[in-house]
Design a protein around this ligand. Sequence first.
Ligand code: UTP
Length: 446
Amino acid sequence: MKLEEAKKLLEKCGQEHVLAFWNKLGKKEREALLAQVATIEPESVKYCQEALAKGADVPDSSKGKAPKVAVLKGKKLAAAVEAGEKELKAGRVAALLVAGGQGSRLGYDGPKGCYSIGPITDAPLFYFHARKILARTIRYGRPIPFYVMTSEANNAATVECFEKNDYFGLNPKDVFFFTQGMWPGMTKDGKIILDAPGHVFMSPDGHGGLLAALKKSGALADMKKRGIKSVFFFQVDNPLVEIADPAFIGYHVMNKSEYSLKLCAKRDPKEKVGVPMQFGKTFRMVEYTEMTDEQCNRKAKDGSLYFLYGSPAIHVFDREFLDREASQPMPLHLAFKKIPQVDGKGKVVKPTEPNGYKFEKFIFDILPKAKVAAFLAFEQKDEFSPVKNAEGGDSPATCKADMQAKWRRWLAEVGVTVAEGVPLEIDPLYAVDAADLKANGICLDA
Ligand code: UTP
């Protein structure tokens, strides 16, 4: 982009101040600033300003009802597994990972997916995800293309991690990296924030940025070309997730669902997870912050929590639904933060109080748009233990303990008892479930 073009673009959205220090910038800084300006879309700026003017949109959840959640057992489970396996054998299933987050709570300097989590091998989170995909690819004889969303900040390091590790055994042709968008931060009055004289403060546009990025990158077109129907969505920080689980895929297709969610019973009434609720014929994810105390603690007739189930962000989408929604605007969520900002003289000031807004889109905001949605229950201990914090709950320590407890349960199913405290790790390629252990036999490496 040339300077004149940048001026015109910024004038269009009333952000001329972005070039205020142009005359003081060196050649490289000027080039970098022009490259940043080129990514700013006047419509997006307007959209952010409108969101600011409207303020936080906290919808009324008082009329929400608990949706019907399926618990599959016996014949119903077998039928769902069969239907899912049919899809996997036909090569109609893809895996979609959102890994563009900043991982600020964990405080790890690098993409979260590169964080070591293997209790014995120290293998990174990406290893467990990729090997599970590889295991199912081998089992069903068709590739499960793996779409990985990164951010500008972590894309290069993510790709490097895959390359250094030979794609963890996956065929590189079946791995598709794409980068999510960035939004400029803004002051309360809708002015883009400069965090250095030649630099706009920008942050990733949230996991909901996925839709626009899928379209822009060509990932959606690639899915279509490959004949993908069901897209299994998951987050990078949960190594317990059962990627492309046949029962879930099967349940999704049997229901002709556009958006299916795996849900687990909340660990406590106020657990910080989204809760799907039904409003008439549609569904919406209600964030824990939007629920009243009464709603959190309400009891069903059998004494259990009425809003029992929370969402750990494990979804299956119909590809055509993603395609349809990819060009639609999504609501913006505002976060008021302390953002370094240059003053009128070009000096960077670090604020002590929040001074600016970051904007994010959330993927579950498309739930009300689904013509059919389906909800499936699962055991939290089997499939969800995220690495969010450096210490305490949802930390590497709790996650490693939960991974080992799961493997210990599998081993117990095949008659092997491993005492608590004995380190344990099973390569997903060796076994993705207890049935695999039975089939492959067990060789303990003591
Ligand atoms: P979180 O909301 O836990 O955020 O992301 P985070 O960035 O990983 O961690 P904190 O909040 O900074 O500590 C849930 C999932 O959504 C992805 C993350 O990579 C993670 O898989 N995500 C989040 C994105 O892909 N892009 C984003 O802009 C935000």
